[in-house]
Design a protein around this ligand. Structure first.
Ligand code: NDP
Ligand code: 2IT
Length: 447
C-alpha cells in the first residue's frame, strides 16, 4: 500500500489513464520509492509535482498512411509523447512494433524522464513510435513507412525541442530513412535532430554499442561493489537485437561467458559461449531468426522453441528484449540456480513480482532506468558532437560512456544508503532521478 497522498495521486493516474497497465506499473514503481522521501520534501506536494510529473507535457497521435509492395494502402498509428522538458529537449527513442499503443509509449516516456536525469546530461524525456511491424517488410516498404511517419513528426522536432532515436524495430536503416525525409522536408542539415545516425552522416562512434555495453558495465559495477566479477561466469542474455548483441560483446570483454540469446520465437543455448560474429551475421546482416544460430553453429548449440531463456542456469542475467519478459517464476528459477546480478538492458523487462523475488533473495538488481541509460547518454554525446561539428574517437567516447555508467551506479548506491536502503538500486535510481527533475520544475514555476 502507498501512503494516502501518494495513493490519492495514483488513483487519479489510474482514472485518467484507463486501460494502460504498463504505464500504471511504471508509475507505481516510482511512487513506491518516493514514499521514502515524502516527509523530507513537503515542497513537492505544495507545487503539485507528482501530478504534473505524471501528465505528459504534450501527446501527439497521428495517421501514418503508406502503400505496400502490392500497391495496397496501409494505415498505421504514430505516436510521440513529449513527456517532460525540465532538464532539456525531449529525448527518447521511437519503437516500431505491433504492440505499440499510447500506454506503452507513456510507460517508456515516463521511465525516460528519470533515466535521462540520471545520466547527468541536459536531456528531457520523451518517447514515440508506431504499431507498424517491420518484420518481413521490404526495404522499400520500410522506407515509405518512415517517410510518411516523418512527414507528420518533423514539425514537432528540433535540436532544442525534441530529438528522437531508435528503440525496438528502429535501427540504423530506419534512422537513415527518417533523417533523409526530415532533411528533405526542412531543407536543413540539422544533424542534432535525431541520434543513432550512420557514422558517415553525423553519427557517433559507440552509440550502436552503448546500451548493451552500458548494461554490462552496470552489472560489473554491481558485482565489484560486492567483491565479485564477471570472470569465468555464465551470463544469460535475452533478445538478439541491438541491446542484446552488445551486452554479449561487453560481457565477453569483461571475462564472462554469455551462453544464450533469444527472439520472440524461442532461445538458443550455447554451452561453449555465444559466437558473436555468427549471431551478428544472422541478426544484424541477414535479419534472420534465432534458430538459424543453432542450425549453423553445430557444436552442441541448441534451439528451444518458445520456453523461457531464464531456465538456463547463469550467474548473471541481462534481460535485453522487452517489457515484462521475466516473470516471478523466472526470477525464482534464476535465484534457485544461484544468480548473483541482474542488470536490465531492456526497459522494465522484470515484472514487479520478479523484482521482489530478487530483492528478497539479495540478488544485485539494476533497474533499466539506471542500467540501460548508456544508450541515451551516448545519444546526448552524439548531440554534443553534432553541435560542435566534431567527431570523437571510439576510445574517448567509450571512456565517457564508462564514466557515466560508473557515476550512475555510485549515485544509485549513495542515494539508497542515504534513504536507509543500502544496496537497493531501485529506490536509488528512482529518487535520484526524480529529485533533479522535481527541483527544476519548482524553479520554473507552475508551467
Ligand atoms: P531490437 O529491435 O534491436 O531487438 C529487440 C529484440 O527483442 C529482438 O530480438 C526481438 O525479437 C525481441 N523482442 C521484442 N519484442 C519481443 C516480445 N514481445 N517478445 C519476445 N521477444 C521480443 O530492439 P533493442 O535491442 O533496441 O531494444 C531491446 C530493449 O532495450 C527494449 O526494451 C528497448 O526499449 C530497450 N532499450 C533500447 C535502447 C537502444 O538504444 N536501442 C536503449 C535503452 C533501452 P523479434 O525480432 O522476434 O521480435
Ligand atoms: O530507451 C531508451 O533509452 C532508448 N531507446 C534510447 C533513447 C535515445 O534517445 O537514445
Amino acid at each position: 500500500m502507498l501512503d494516502s497522498t501518494l495513493q490519492g495521486t495514483f488513483d487519479q493516474v489510474l482514472r485518467r489513464n484507463a486501460g494502460e497497465p504498463e504505464f500504471h506499473q511504471a508509475v507505481r514503481e516510482v511512487f513506491e520509492s518516493l514514499e521514502l522521501i515524502q516527509d523530507r520534501h513537503p515542497e513537492y506536494q505544495e507545487h503539485g509535482i507528482l501530478m504534473r510529473m505524471c501528465e505528459p507535457e504534450r501527446q501527439i497521435i497521428f495517421r501514418v498512411p503508406w502503400v505496400d509492395d502490392q500497391g495496397v494502402t496501409q494505415v498505421n498509428r504514430g505516436f510521440r509523447v513529449e513527456y517532460n522538458s525540465a532538464l532539456g529537449p525531449y529525448k527518447g527513442g521511437l519503437r516500431f512494433h505491433p504492440s505499440v499503443n499510447l500506454g506503452i509509449v507513456k510507460f517508456l516516456g515516463f521511465e525516460q524522464i528519470f533515466k535521462n536525469s540520471l545520466t547527468g546530461l541536459p536531456i528531457g524525456g520523451g518517447k514515440g513510435g508506431s504499431d507498424f511491424d517491420p518484420h518481413g517488410r521490404s526495404d522499400g516498404e520500410v522506407m515509405r513507412f518512415c517517410q510518411s511517419f516523418m512527414t507528420e513528426l518533423h514539425r514537432h522536432m528540433g535540436e532544442y525541442t525534441d530529438v528522437p532515436a531508435g528503440d525496438i524495430g528502429v535501427g540504423a536503416r530506419e534512422i537513415g530513412y527518417l533523417f533523409g525525409q526530415y532533411k528533405r522536408l526542412t531543407n536543413r542539415y540539422e544533424a542534432g535532430v535525431l541520434t543513432g545516425k550512420g557514422l558517415d552522416w553525423g553519427g557517433s562512434l559507440v552509440r550502436k554499442e552503448a546500451t548493451g555495453y552500458g548494461a554490462a558495465i552496470f552489472a560489473d559495477e554491481m558485482l565489484k561493489a560486492r567483491g565479485s566479477s564477471f570472470e569465468g561466469k555464465r551470463v544469460a542474455v535475452s533478445g538478439s537485437g541491438n541491446v542484446a548483441l552488445y551486452a554479449i560483446e561487453k560481457a565477453q570483454q569483461l571475462g564472462g561467458v554469455p551462453i544464450t540469446a533469444s527472439d520472440s520465437s524461442g532461445y538458443v543455448v550455447d554451452e561453449n559461449g555465444i559466437d558473436l560474429q555468427l549471431l551478428q551475421q544472422i541478426k544484424e546482416v541477414e535479419r534472420g531468426r534465432i534458430h538459424e544460430y543453432a542450425d549453423r553453429r553445430g557444436n552442441g548449440a541448441r534451439f528451444v522453441k518458445g520456453g523461457s531463456v531464464w531456465d538456463v542456469p547463469a550467474a548473471i542475467a541481462l534481460p535485453s528484449a522487452t517489457q515484462n519478459e521475466l516473470s516471478e517464476a523466472d526470477a525464482q528459477t534464476l535465484v534457485k540456480n544461484g544468480v548473483e546480478a541482474v542488470s536490465e538492458g531492456a526497459n522494465m523487462p522484470c515484472t514487479p513480482e520478479a523484482v521482489t523475488v530478487f530483492r528478497e533473495a539479495g540478488t544485485a538488481f539494476g533497474p533499466g532506468k539506471a542500467a540501460n541509460a548508456g544508450g541515451v547518454a551516448t545519444s546526448a554525446l552524439e548531440m554534443q558532437q553534432n553541435a560542435s561539428r566534431d567527431a570523437w574517437s571510439f576510445e574517448h567516447t567509450e571512456r565517457r560512456l564508462t564514466e557515466i555508467m560508473k557515476n550512475i551506479h555510485s549515485t544509485c548506491l549513495e542515494t539508497a544508503e542515504e534513504l536507509g536502503r543500502p544496496g537497493d538500486y531501485v529506490v536509488g535510481a528512482n529518487v535520484a532521478g526524480f529529485r533533479k527533475v522535481a527541483d527544476a520544475m519548482i524553479a520554473f514555476g507552475v508551467i
